[in-house]
Design a protein around this ligand. Structure first.
Ligand code: PLP
Length: 363
């Protein structure tokens, strides 16, 4: 069956390798995976109980989306009319591209960013503009502004803030610059805040407060990171009610499954979940500081991170496969300029210690 040429050319998203695969390939007993920026803590006990109960109803379609939207709106301090739930924020990224673009329009992203933006642009046959990054691996705002000025066909701008995989971020004033240049130009500015909860810096933008002033702002949040629900697939979009209404037309009925909905409701409204969130953040912050210290001692180049991951290089070829053979799965960077770099997700304390000793052993 013939498919359109842009689908034929499109690349497929490659998820991280599995532990089982690597155990088998190298006959290893123990393999550590720090490759997908997940929350390494086991799921919250109370949540598991609630989900077990909910399993009894999976013969029914999920019929209570509205109460979950209500809980999300209270959690994020917006109106319920500003919220859409997605099957992971990945679904929402894809639908934004589908809905707000035509074949003669374009998407603007930064290089060295979340690969899904480019893959979705390809499958929706959109022109892609990619700006370069500054030397410190920050999104180049000046280049973004001038690309927007020069090209009238841009309909969407996607920024991962904090940025995966570099861990860098753009500030409140930089976001305002982008918002004012895109205003009244029929462009949506999408701030993908998947890692927001891990941010420790003071000048990070308050995206939600900017929603009041800028109707063309879209904020994406995910339950896959600090909330520990990656396997359930749950994401949230916050924007102007008109954008929400448009997006609803593109979403399939019951796009979020019954367990994901129940988990969202629980996380947004159960006070006992707050402890899980603070434990998750504490683990990441303590572990990042641990790696910063140890990497400095070992002369390993790294970029300080506002996420739950760390980009580093030991400036040797084949580090990814050398570590794989020893039982450590990290994420290799295939982007030009990051050839010898690896992204390591923060794990449990014991996993982090093991990762450090394996990295040391190949140096
Ligand atoms: C920047 C960014 N946005 C979105 C996602 C996708 O999240 P979800 O699991 O909600 O689809 C990821 C996942 O790693 C990410 O890094």
């Amino acid at each position: 069956m013939k498919v359109p040429p842009w689908i034929e050319k499109a690349k497929t998203y490659t998820p991280g390798l599995s532990i089982e695969e690597i155990k088998k390939r190298y006959s290893l007993k123990q393999v550590y995976k720090l490759a997908s920026n997940e929350n390494p803590l086991p799921p919250h006990e109370g949540l598991l109980k609630t989900l077990t109960e909910k399993l009894k109803t999976i013969n029914r379609y999920p019929s209570y989306i509205q109460p979950v939207i209500q809980a999300a709106s209270q959690y994020y301090q917006v109106e319920a009319s500003q919220v859409i739930l997605g099957n992971g924020s990945s679904e929402l990224i894809d639908k934004l591209m589908q809905v707000y673009s035509k074949s003669d329009s374009a998407v603007l992203i930064s290089e060295k960013s979340f690969p899904l933006y480019e893959l979705c642009a390809q499958t929706h046959n959109l022109t892609l503009y990619k700006t370069t990054m500054n030397e410190d691996l920050k999104v180049n705002i000046e280049e973004m502004l001038s690309t927007i000025k020069k090209n009238n066909n841009i309909r969407l701008v996607f920024i991962s803030n904090p940025n995966n995989p570099t861990g860098s971020y753009i500030t409140h004033s930089e976001v305002e610059k982008l918002l004012s240049i895109t205003q009244n130009k029929n462009i949506l500015l999408v701030l993908d805040e998947a890692y927001l909860e891990y941010v420790r810096t003071k000048d990070f933008p308050d995206g939600v407060s900017l929603l009041k002033k800028y109707p063309h702002l879209v904020i994406l949040r995910t339950m896959s990171k600090v909330m520990g629900l990656a396997g359930l697939r749950a994401g949230v979009l916050l924007s102007h009610p008109s954008t929400v209404e448009t997006m609803k037309k593109a979403l399939c009925p019951f796009n979020v499954n019954i367990l994901a909905l129940e988990a969202m409701r629980y996380c947004f409204s159960n006070p006992s979940f707050k402890q899980y969130l603070s434990d998750s953040k504490e683990l990441v912050w303590k572990s990042l500081d641990y790696f910063y210290n140890e990497f400095k001692k070992l002369n390993i180049k790294f970029y300080p991170s506002q996420g739950n991951f760390l980009l580093f290089s030991i400036n040797q070829p084949d580090t990814f496969s050398s570590l794989l053979k020893k039982g450590l799965i990290l994420r290799p960077m295939n982007e030009p300029g990051l050839e010898n770099y690896l992204r390591m997700s923060i794990g449990l304390e014991e996993e982090n210690k093991k990762a450090l000793s394996l990295i040391q052993s190949i140096m």
